[in-house]
Write a new protein. Structure first.
Length: 88
């Protein structure tokens, strides 16, 4: 009986600990969501976009930008491509 009560109490404490950690994480993500945003750059001419110059501007403001990445357009959107589908 003592072992049962001990295991129930320990399980309840673990449940409370995990619940509190999850709530703290959710609150911090909500705060980040309200104060931060995604910055998107779209080029009108896909062949004349200067990646080097854009990266230099992003690195220059590294005190404001935590991280960045590049997402390319679909291959089928480029003129003259013959790719109809890709397989992974």
């Amino acid at each position: 009986m003592t072992a049962l009560i001990y295991s129930l109490a320990l399980g309840f404490l673990m449940f409370l600990s995990i619940t509190c950690r999850m709530q703290i994480e959710v609150n911090s993500l909500e705060k980040l969501k309200s104060n931060a945003s995604y910055f998107t750059v779209k080029a009108l001419d896909k062949n004349k976009f200067d990646v080097y110059q854009t990266e230099e501007v992003l690195k220059k403001h590294s005190d404001l930008i935590e991280e960045f990445t590049w997402v390319t357009a679909k291959m089928s959107e480029f003129d003259g491509t013959t790719v109809s589908s890709t397989y992974f």
